[in-house]
Design a binder for this molecule. Structure first.
Ligand SMILES: *Cc1c(COP(=O)(O)O)cnc(C)c1O
Length: 398
């Protein structure tokens, strides 16, 4: 992008930031499928290994040109000093924990997070001799009270999956800062196209690139972003422990980022129409979509997000059997647990994404048996509603 001192807009950064050209003069970003890199001579190799060659490449577990392009582009979009790419969203969270938490520490995790994130903290991070407590995302008082002298890190997802709960991130960041706790935000559901948590005061942002960053359900990947100082620690973990992003996946995500803003606007537009339509159906008990003016946190969402995203959840009358009826009568929607795809997907969280949680924990998170989640894709929204209508027509109205 040259050296002009000028701050480019988000759309420009999405298609231009981070690209490094090889000598071949390619226009699209190059895909460097190579595990190692060669040197001019023994001294050059030694200089690379000593870290004396700025931007030098050594081995693709921790340095690869395609992965670096992806990292630089996502960093530009999140307004972060540095990004470290990882093999998956889960390994992004694991890398953050390995970098900043040790035995004897205490960490806090929001109750409303991706099901596997709960398992990661509850079953594996706790194994490291780290105490874990789960907190109600929306209550600033609860966070304030949950922080202990040895609390090192607070992990949230805002908006959360699948219910779209949010927290006032700037206020929570201030609470964490005052008590020396790192605030980590999973920005998977909004992406930097709709919200930049670092600008709201978070210390670290992480992503499952698998979702909207890819946008077409093709590859698994993750990312951690923040200051140079913090990311040096995360980089050390990825370099040493090896949950690295494959260059091929980085190339897919790099191209995905080019259309991220357009897609997030389209997902949000479609989701709003689907949510409004669902709200008008007598068989639907409750719709969870932060874009609806009736949502208790709508005003806060409007203040800290520039759009509401593509995830709409709703409860039907008639429990799990009714929810399954809706799924089993779809023809267009894909029955799969992935989200953030251009194709709409439908999921029953209680028996899939959140099935590893105990029924008590599940209910505490608000995952009712009658809850369905739709990741609203880029089809015509009328077709999505029409597909849901077939199953809904068979259900009771209360
Ligand atoms: C999918 C997801 C993850 C985990 O990411 P993977 O790439 O599947 O490892 C984490 N957080 C959220 C919100 C997700 O939706």
């Amino acid at each position: 992008m040259g050296n002009r001192v000028y701050k480019y807009g988000k759309n420009t950064l999405a298609v231009r930031a981070g690209v490094a050209h090889s000598n071949f003069g390619e226009h699209a970003p190059g895909l460097f499928l190579t595990s190692s890199f060669v040197y001019k001579n023994a001294a050059d190799a030694a200089a690379h290994f000593a870290g004396k060659v700025d931007g030098g490449y050594i081995y693709s577990r921790f340095t690869n040109p395609t992965v670096r392009m992806f990292e630089q582009r996502l960093a530009a979009l999140e307004g972060a000093e540095r990004c470290v790419a990882t093999a998956s969203g889960m390994s992004a969270i694991l890398a953050v924990c390995l970098a900043f938490v040790q035995a004897g520490d205490h960490v806090l995790c929001s109750r409303s997070v991706f099901g596997t994130t709960t398992v990661l903290f509850d079953k594996y991070i706790s194994k490291m001799g780290v105490a874990v407590d789960f907190v109600d995302l929306t209550s600033l008082d609860a966070w304030q009270q949950a922080i202990k002298p040895n609390t090192r890190l607070a992990f949230i997802e805002s908006p959360s999956n699948p219910l779209g709960h949010i927290v006032d991130t700037a206020k929570l960041a201030a609470i964490c800062k005052a008590r020396n706790v790192l605030l980590v935000v999973d920005n998977c559901l909004t992406t930097p196209a709709l919200q930049q948590p670092l600008a709201l005061g978070a210390d670290i942002v992480m992503h499952s690139a698998t979702k909207y960053i890819d946008g077409q359900g093709r590859a698994i990947g993750g990312a951690v972003l923040g200051s140079r100082v913090l990311m040096e620690e995360v980089y050390g973990v990825v370099r040493t422990c090896g949950p690295s992003m494959s260059p091929f996946n980085a190339w897919v995500f790099l191209n995905g980022l080019e259309t991220l803003h357009l897609r997030m606007q389209a997902h949000s537009h479609n989701a709003m129409h689907v949510a409004k339509w669902l709200q008008a159906q007598p068989q639907v008990k409750r719709v969870h979509y932060i874009g609806l003016p009736t949502h208790p946190q709508h005003a806060l969402a409007k203040a800290q997000q520039s759009g509401f995203g593509g995830i709409v959840s709703f409860e039907v009358y008639g429990g799990q059997a009714a929810a399954w009826q809706v799924i089993d009568h779809t023809e267009l929607l894909s029955i799969t647990a992935n989200l953030g795809d251009s194709k709409s997907t439908i999921t029953h969280p209680a028996t899939t994404t959140h099935s590893r949680l105990s029924p008590e924990v599940r209910l505490a998170c608000g995952i009712e048996d009658a809850l369905l989640r739709v990741s609203v894709g880029l089809e015509n929204w009328q077709d999505i509603c029409h597909d849901l209508a077939t199953g809904l027509a068979l259900l009771p109205s209360q």
